[in-house]
Each structure stands twice: as structure tokens, then as C-alpha cells.
Design a binder for this molecule. Structure first.
Ligand SMILES: [Fe+2]
Length: 187
């Protein structure tokens, strides 16, 4: 289930707040300037669906967000247990970084956790199918797909170099609980 856990950046063990209520998640994130919405993601995708099939299945909401947020294009990242080089792929997103544009993701299958570092707090958002999350440009964050990742997410881009990540050099990510889909974080 999608959920939000809010920590003080100085205490990764005792969250200030934890909720799985979508309206509360959206409200808390909106207060921090982060867009979170629940979209319909009940189109079942065959295992061999390619990128075009995924984009086609969600063409209407993709177009809507592109228009609303001035994104120019979208692509698809699909990770399954059969994906090669999982450990390296997971590690690529685990260090705190920023981007020059908003990082918008719409999860259509599976799950992963974004950790957003804002104003002395860390917002951990476990995204599942139906979650649209957009992290504002310049906001430090990291992403953990977990040790046995399985997810499909649609990514949105507004400029050709939008995916370039600038590492902050802060080792904060290592202090926070990793994403383990079957584990319940301490509350
Ligand atoms: Fe990122």
C-alpha cells in the first residue's frame, strides 16, 4: 500500500508521522510543495509489453500531465526480477541528488520508495500502482527500488538533459531505512 513516512532529518528511527491515507499523503506533500495524485492504473499489461504499449495504455493521463506541467516527452522504466544488473541499477539512485527539472513519475505496476529531503525533514513516499509523484527541480532526493525490485513507471521530461542527476555529496541516504516491500518501518 502506498504510504508516507515523515522523519526529522536528524532522526531516521522515530518518524513524526506515518499514513497510508491518500488524501493525507497528498495534503502533507502539497504543503511541502510536492505534487502527489492517485490516478487510475488498472490497465493490465502483459509481461512482454514494450515501452510503446505502456505509453499507449496510459496515453490520456500522460498527455494531460504533459500539457499541465509542460513536459515534452515520456518514457517507461520497467524492472522485473529478470532485469539484469539489479544491484548496480538500485545503487544508481540511492545517493542523494537533484535534477534541473521536476522529477515526475507515474507508477503503473509494482512499487518503489522516494525519499525527499526538504526543510530539515525527510519524506519517504512508497509509491505503488496509481501514484503520480512530482518532485520539484532542485529538491534533494533519492530512490530505493528495494532488493527484489518489480515496478513499471512512466517518467516525464521537459528538456533533453532532464535526467541528469547532480549528487549533493550528503551521505544522509545511508542513515534511513531502505525500501523493503515486505517490512513495516518502525512507527
Ligand atoms: Fe532523481
Amino acid at each position: 500500500m502506498s504510504d508516507l513516512t515523515v522523519y526529522l532529518e536528524s532522526d531516521a528511527h522515530r518518524p513524526e508521522l506515518r499514513t497510508a491515507d491518500a488524501a493525507l499523503i497528498a495534503a502533507h506533500l502539497a504543503h511541502a510543495g510536492i505534487l502527489y495524485e492517485r490516478w487510475n492504473a488498472d490497465t493490465s499489461l502483459p509481461d512482454d509489453s514494450d515501452e510503446q504499449a505502456v505509453l499507449q495504455a496510459y496515453a490520456v493521463p500522460i498527455e494531460r500531465l504533459k500539457q499541465a506541467r509542460r513536459f515534452l516527452r515520456a518514457d517507461v522504466v520497467r524492472v522485473t526480477p529478470q532485469t539484469g544488473g539489479i544491484a548496480a541499477l538500485r545503487a544508481r539512485f540511492l545517493d542523494e541528488h537533484t535534477h534541473g527539472e521536476d522529477e515526475a513519475r507515474f507508477f503503473v505496476e509494482g512499487a518503489g520508495a522516494f525519499y525527499i529531503h526538504l526543510k530539515a525533514r525527510v519524506f519517504r513516499v512508497v509509491c505503488e500502482a496509481g501514484d503520480l509523484l512530482s518532485i520539484p527541480a532542485g529538491t534533494p532526493h533519492w530512490f530505493d527500488m528495494g532488493p527484489t525490485p518489480r515496478f513499471t513507471t512512466i517518467r516525464f521530461f521537459g528538456r533533453p538533459d532532464g535526467w541528469v542527476a547532480a549528487l549533493t555529496g550528503d551521505a544522509i541516504a545511508a542513515r534511513f531505512p531502505p525500501f523493503e516491500p515486505d517490512a513495516v518501518p518502525a512507527a
